[in-house]
Design a binder for this molecule. Structure first.
Ligand code: RIB
Ligand code: CA
Length: 313
């Protein structure tokens, strides 16, 4: 089967970096048409820089990287240096990128790419706030029915919030953008904290990354050594949750994941619960199902596949 054509929209972020590395290591499964950076974990200039750092770490500098929106649709940017560090990629000491940033704006790239391909052939993989994707849909509504699928990391139900008591970071940063995406009618697969908090980089798993002995394996281990602090302190987790790699892993091995096709809506008015994903997991409303909401994964299978793929780089 031909590799799936995808656009990765991202705010690197150590976990975004691992998701991108997994995709770059999987050309038989994924054809990365472009990587679009968005403001999120750190400001746009850093996410656009970090996306290129990751491509160079993988020696895959032929993948075009675009800069997109530098702030949410209708509110100030909230960042997460407390989780990802000042650079957004704290941990390993990686060189500044030499590969260029594309001149075209990421939103225009998304629009033009979807318009120039057959309907149902492009999958969007948002790993950060949904600002770029929602802006593309606002500017070019004609592309919405052409999108094959959206597989995104964001939201939470049983796990509730990681940035506020009610909201997960990606949705919280731009709830209006998330509302546009969840109401788009597109086939959406959601990787919420409910599943990503089960993808924990325990010490044996991180040792397996480090023991690859490659620049990629060592860098991933060093990213995780830094990135795990926040979740270990807050949740007492056994390791860093690999949130975003659940997206690219799903595209490669969907059999590793289980969930329910349910209604998911986004809080965009109450300050108390702003950005909360209200997931009708128990089917108590008659609101139409609009998303496959993933609740569980085969964690050992996930890490075995991830480690095997990273070893290729
Ligand atoms: O809440 C986790 C999400 O927020 C991940 O995508 C992480 O990279 C941050 O963007
Ligand atoms: Ca992210």
């Amino acid at each position: 089967m031909a590799p799936r054509k995808i656009i990765i929209d991202t705010d690197p972020g150590q976990d975004d970096a691992v998701a991108i590395l997994l995709a770059l290591a999987s050309p038989e499964d994924l054809d990365i048409l472009g990587i679009t950076a968005v403001a999120g974990n750190v400001p746009l200039d850093l996410t656009a820089k970090n996306a290129r750092i990751v491509c160079e770490l993988a020696s895959k500098t032929d993948v075009p990287v675009y800069a997109g929106c530098d702030r949410p649709l209708g509110r100030d940017l909230v960042t997460a240096e407390h989780v990802h560090g000042k650079t957004g990629l704290d941990g390993p000491n990686l060189p500044d990128p030499e590969m260029p940033l594309q001149d075209q704006h990421a939103v225009d790239f998304i629009i033009e790419t979807i318009r120039s391909h057959d309907t149902g052939t492009i999958t969007l993989c948002p790993l950060g706030p949904l600002t770029n994707v929602a802006t593309a849909f606002q500017r070019a509504p004609d592309i919405i029915p052409k999108v094959q699928q959206i597989v995104l990391m964001g939201g939470a139900y049983f796990e509730v919030g990681n940035i506020t008591p009610a909201a997960e970071f990606n949705i919280y940063v731009d709830p209006e953008a998330a509302d546009i995406v969840f109401k788009s009618g597109i086939d959406i697969v959601v990787m919420p904290l409910d599943v990503t908090h089960k993808a924990l980089v325990t010490k044996p798993r991180n040792d397996a990354f480090r023991n690859l002995g490659t620049p990629v394996g060592i860098a991933v281990a060093e990213m995780t050594d830094f990135f795990e602090r926040f979740d270990k302190e807050k949740y007492g987790s056994a390791g860093a949750p690999l949130h975003d790699p659940c997206v690219t892993a799903y595209l490669i091995r969907p059999d590793l994941f289980t969930g329910r096709h349910i209604n998911v809506e986004v809080e965009t008015t109450s300050d108390l619960t702003m950005g909360m994903t209200v997931a009708d997991w128990w089917g108590v409303t008659d609101r139409p199902a609009n998303a496959l909401f993933i609740g569980d994964l085969d964690a050992d299978g996930f890490f075995d596949m991830l480690t095997e793929r990273l070893a290729r780089l």
